[in-house]
Design a protein around this ligand. Structure first.
Ligand code: HEC
Ligand code: HEC
Length: 326
């Protein structure tokens, strides 16, 4: 099926009838989903580890938390992470909990159309109902901002959202976090973060011309990041060659300081400043432990919950300074 859809995507021969059928093809699993009680602290932690804050806040321009992010410029056009504060008009205040869950786990909009994969919902597919409820609660602690984020500026034919249904069918992968015997708790937690919430593969795995992640090149680096940026390989061999150890990678995920004394630049600096610097030391170490010792070629999507016993993490503000370095 995937092969067929990919072939269809690759050929330009879709007739109008096929287009009409695809445009009406329902993709959301309809599911009655009452909102469970959310824990805003746990949700804020997850919003940090999953990059929601990083993308949906225009930190560089001094924008308010979650009120809309910096445009992501790609070969398909430029995508602006929208305002996801609880404002009912310009934010997501009028979404139901079930619609919010469908957005995050399935990439489906309230009107049944698909979201662009610039919103990395592939990696959130395995979030539990509780994870979603916690995020929902956390978002409601942030001041509502009654201003829209700028619209996307996407080129034809990518501006036609029906095509995204094909994209989802061809490239969106179900969760892939398998228990591995003989691995430590840290390793298992690291797998959950790297493959799921923290979506390291979104930037470190190459993409094909349709923006689908290349399975065979998992974490081997990518030259198709927004703004023409490139991300190096973070496979274990490459990391070891560049002098990375569990200790110095754990440290870099807090400080951006690399083993050669240089600091991360570009979007990796933002990943640290707006995301991993806020995590528990244990979670940073888990990411490093997993990356330096994965089971085999690492693919991507799956769910990861927030740390169960983490301290509260603010959605806005600077990372909490810690005193004991390693
Ligand atoms: C890499 C950047 C990025 C990250 C990380 C990200 N988003 Fe988004 N998000 C986007 C973009 C871009 C869109 C718009 C997609 C579209 O219009 O098709 C979006 C759309 C959304 C929407 C739909 C809003 C609407 O008005 O329909 C919600 C809800 C959302 N994101 C929540 C989240 C949450 C919660 C997280 C963290 C778990 C998150 N996002 C992480 C970029 C991101
Ligand atoms: C938004 C895109 C993006 C995401 C998400 C991302 N990275 Fe990066 N990463 C980059 C870029 C770009 C660089 C190159 C930075 C530079 O040139 O200074 C980089 C560099 C690195 C390096 C340095 C490798 C070397 O040897 O030079 C490591 C390690 C790293 N990233 C780990 C991670 C981990 C772990 C995650 C997930 C928690 C992650 N990255 C998520 C974009 C990203």
């Amino acid at each position: 099926m995937r092969g067929l859809i990919r072939a269809a995507l690759a050929s330009a021969g879709l007739g109008m009838v096929a287009i009409a059928v695809i445009a009406r093809w329902p993709i959301a699993e309809s599911r009655d989903l009452p909102a469970p009680d959310g824990d805003a602290y746990r949700g804020a932690y997850l919003a940090r580890s999953a990059g929601c804050v990083a993308c949906h806040t225009n930190t560089a321009a001094g924008g308010a938390a979650l009120a809309g992010g910096k445009a992501l410029t790609t070969p398909f056009g430029s995508f602006v992470p929208p305002n996801i504060t609880a404002d009912p008009v310009h934010g997501i205040g009028d979404m139901t909990f079930a619609e919010f869950a469908a957005a995050l786990r399935q990439g489906v909009r309230p009107d049944g159309k698909a979201y662009y994969p610039a919103f990395p919902y592939e990696f959130y597919a395995d979030f539990s109902d509780q994870d979603i409820a916690d995020l929902w609660a956390a978002i409601r602690t942030v001041p509502s901002i009654a201003e829209p984020a700028p619209a996307h500026d996407v080129r034809f034919p990518f501006n036609m959202r029906w095509g995204l249904k094909l994209w989802r069918a061809a490239y969106m992968k179900p969760a892939d976090i398998s228990p591995v015997l003989g691995k430590s708790d840290a390793w298992i937690r690291g797998q959950e973060l790297v493959r799921g919430a923290a979506h390291c593969a979104a930037c470190h795995t190459g993409r094909n011309i349709f923006g689908g992640l290349k399975d065979s090149e998992a974490l081997a680096g990518s030259d198709s990041l927004p703004e023409g940026e490139t991300a190096p390989s973070i496979r274990p061999e490459a990391l070891k060659t560049n002098g990375w150890t569990v200790a110095n990678l754990t440290y870099a995920l807090k400080t951006s300081v690399m083993p050669n004394g240089d600091v991360f630049g570009g979007s990796m600096a933002e990943v640290v400043q707006t995301g991993t610097a806020f995590l528990d030391e244990g979670d940073r170490e888990a990411i490093a432990t997993y990356l330096l010792d994965p089971p085999e070629a690492t693919r991507t999507a799956s769910g990861a919950g927030a740390s169960k016993n983490s301290a509260a993490v603010e959605l806005a503000g600077d990372p909490v300074a810690e005193t004991n370095e390693n």
